[in-house]
Design a protein around this ligand. Structure first.
Ligand SMILES: [Zn+2]
Length: 479
């Protein structure tokens, strides 16, 4: 049954209501403050207020956070919330005792943006450091396939590339190689990841993760690290895993080899400058990876980490990023989450989900709904950073502290064999799914899931890039 709020409730909000079917429902604008006339006073003539608009939410989460932002408030037009200060900050020279062999924490205050490329655009390749990295890639022994640079616009705008299975372009069909990390090996184990930070609302996420003693992998954008280095230090010292998500968040298959090297190289450098260690995992923005991007990443000591994809309609992307831009709704995101949860109990492996900490809406969904629900699942989920879900210690996640005993780098001076035993297949004509998912009605059990991310949508891409640049501008204005 559905519960409909009425205007007689003198409250400004109501908790989520557990209803008979085990679901939760909530309605926007549940009530308004009711003016009560003093006893004995003549009742003022009032015009009856209009009936409150109601928006029904239908979700069936096992638990939610008592302090969750109401679903009706998690919208693209919501007012910007006050940001939370970091719960912990660390003085320069602090020792990351949890990482044997890690150097003392650098002084983030010494970070000078002038020593780095402009934010949010691919760095120039004529810089001496970039030239050095280009040489190092050439010297690595990893062959870089001669694959042409893609056009912006995903599969639809790159028909030849999309139809070429030898490129193993994930975007158009989900092709992966053995070097890609796409899942955790143990069933019911969730390799927790958040992309695109550090950002204004990352401290809210960190606070919740601390509260629940959860650790995550953060794929960080170099341009954001420049803006919020102290946040990155708190993430790192909180024993979360830090990994690379490029300098300016471009679709990497649209860049030249040299530009890709610059994107990854500057990201590695700024993280090392802020933390003292260099990540050895990367996630390509938009999941945009082919064998050329793979080889360059591996040559630079970075193992690609994707998110789980069971089929074109079961890609483990909550689409949380798109609430901010109004391209999807919190209802749709939670539907995606529930469909992911519907799949994981039948999988023979664990899983990795795409989520973000760039915008407040995504953090609100994570801390208010998704993580509380995940923690209440029976049988329980094991929630870990990617490196630990792979049964490796956190020290293996950084080049300086990985002793190579349990995690030898993919490149070791010999050619990398990229297996073609990938689960995906190229679908040249695949039309990108709508970003709001929920197109699972025709799918069968076991392949059910959200429909997002099986292709790059041109408009979505452009919108995301613009949005990220906009946030960067805002951060730059503050810092
Ligand atoms: Zn991203």
């Amino acid at each position: 049954m559905k519960f409909f709020a009425t205007s007689c409730l003198a409250v400004t909000s109501l908790p989520l209501l557990v209803v008979a079917n085990g679901g939760y429902e909530r309605h926007a604008q549940l009530a308004r403050q009711v003016a009560v006339a003093p006893s004995g006073a003549p009742a003022p003539a009032v015009t009856p207020p209009p009936a409150p608009a109601t928006t029904s939410y239908s979700i069936s989460l096992l638990s939610t956070n008592p302090t969750a932002v109401p679903l009706s408030d998690i919208v693209s037009t919501e007012a910007t919330s006050a940001t939370r200060p970091l719960d912990s900050t660390y003085t320069p020279g602090s020792i990351p005792t949890f990482l044997p062999g890690a150097p003392p924490l650098p002084n983030a205050a010494l970070l000078s943006p002038a020593n780095y490329p402009a934010l949010d655009i691919p760095p120039p390749v004529d810089n001496p450091l970039v030239q050095q990295w280009i040489q190092e890639v050439a010297n690595s022994g990893v062959p870089i396939p001669n694959i042409s640079v893609n056009n912006i616009g995903g599969c639809q705008n790159n028909s030849v590339a999309a139809a070429d299975p030898t490129r193993c372009w994930w975007t158009c069909g989900g092709c992966t190689r053995q070097t890609d990390i796409t899942e955790c090996p143990t069933p019911l184990t969730w390799g927790l990841t958040y992309d695109d930070g550090p950002a204004y609302y990352t401290p809210d996420l960190l606070n919740y993760l601390d509260q629940e003693n959860l650790k995550s992998t953060f794929f960080v954008v170099g341009s954001r690290v420049i803006s919020l280095p102290n946040t990155l230090q708190t993430q790192y010292m909180g024993q979360h895993q830090i990994a690379v998500h490029t300098w300016s968040h471009p679709p990497l298959t649209t860049l030249s080899n040299e530009q890709i090297i610059a994107e990854l190289g500057w990201s590695k450098k700024v993280i090392k400058d802020v933390l003292g260690v260099t990540p050895n995992m990367m996630r390509p923005p938009y999941g945009d990876i082919d064998d050329r991007v793979r080889a360059i990443s591996i040559a630079m000591g970075l193992t690609p980490v994707m998110w789980t994809r069971l089929s074109p309609l079961a890609t483990f992307d909550t689409d949380d990023f798109d609430i901010h831009g109004g391209l999807t709704t919190v209802q749709s995101v939670l539907n995606n989450w529930e469909e992911i949860m519907g799949n994981v109990t039948t999988m023979k492996t664990g899983f990795i989900v795409l989520e973000h900490d760039l915008f407040e809406q995504a953090v609100q969904v994570a801390t208010g709904y998704i993580l509380p629900d995940a923690l209440a699942r029976k049988p329980p989920l094991t929630i870990q950073p990617v490196i630990e879900c792979l049964n490796k210690p956190l020290k293996d996640a950084y080049i300086e502290t990985n002793d190579n005993s349990t995690n030898p780098p993919a490149q070791s001076g010999v050619a990398v064999t990229l297996s073609s035993g990938a689960p995906g297949s190229v679908q040249a004509t695949a039309k990108p799914q709508s970003s709001n998912g929920n197109s699972s009605s025709s799918t069968t059990k076991g392949t059910k899931g959200n429909g997002a991310s099986s292709g790059i949508d041109t408009g979505l891409l452009a919108g995301a890039l613009v949005t990220i640049a906009g946030v960067a501008a805002g951060i730059a204005a503050v810092f």
